[in-house]
Design a protein around this ligand. Sequence first.
Ligand SMILES: Nc1ncnc2c1ncn2[C@@H]1O[C@H](COP(=O)(O)OP(=O)(O)O)[C@@H](O)[C@H]1O
Ligand SMILES: [Mg+2]
Length: 319
Amino acid sequence: MIETRGLRKSFRSRAGKETKTVDAVRGVNLEVAEGEIFGFLGPNGAGKTTTLRMLATLIEPDGGEATIAGADLRKDPAGVRRRIGYVPQGGSTWDDSTAREELVLQARLYGIGKADAERRATRALDAFQLTEYADRKCKTYSGGQRRRVEIALGIIHEPKIVFLDEPTTGLDPQSRAHMWDEIRRLRAEGMTVFITTHYLDEADALCDRIAIMDNGEVVAEGTPADLKREISGDVVLVGLDLSATPQAAELLDTEEYVNKLETADGGGLRLFVDDGATAIPQILRRLDHAGLDLRSIELHRPSLDDVFLTKTGRSLRES
Ligand SMILES: Nc1ncnc2c1ncn2[C@@H]1O[C@H](COP(=O)(O)OP(=O)(O)O)[C@@H](O)[C@H]1O
Ligand SMILES: [Mg+2]
């Protein structure tokens, strides 16, 4: 459904007399299959929105190529536009109209006749469970309701693929779970969904495949399960005071069961081991023997954050 090769974009911004160049997207290659929920996971500033806006024909790439639903991004941007829906980050504010008015208007903008537009609006309101508020002004809606209207607007013309830029940012946990259901429903109807997120749990729970983006580049790609499996073994989190951390790191780094060791910013260690259950007693003995005070010890299976950490040297949670 989407194929990109070497997609890139730089911005020049001026601060006073100085001009600065930001390489927002540095050669992105992606393949998104029909009918999947594809996630773009990365911290703020990673280049997710810029990539999405290029794919949605809103800004022109500096280089590279892309085919979207069979249409060439450079040669046939109008063809791309017809086949896609795009829901921007943060959303729009049309406070004084109702959801129904907005939906009808949007459909009319796509050249859909009045009667058909009204039918589609009614159907969309029903599908997104908005019928109850359909004729109330949008400014009275909750954040979750607004987000649902925005997505309904983005797909009123029944595109093959929809781009959702951070659809759940700012929503409470219940509205987020609700939104995940809506997105899964779109997939069940055969739509391809491309979503960006900086939430690890969202990428993990919702997406069939993800690309992890950092600093304008895709640093890892695959199903969440495959990406986690790539990081073999377990992670043991050793809670230590900042002052005890360097000595503990030195001690444990030479233990043969420790494959890799990282220090956490606020103190403590993250140890990558083959088998956490047998490593823990050895770690405890080693630290105890050296008289180092242990605050806590925790075993966990690799998470997407560990994937991010392994690829970038930073924690996504912290960035
Ligand atoms: N119009 C612009 N002008 C200048 N810099 C921009 C512009 N849009 C984005 N950037 C910069 O490009 C980088 C990527 O931004 P963005 O694509 O919005 O990231 P994300 O969506 O992952 O948070 C950031 O450093 C951002 O400041
Ligand atoms: Mg963004």
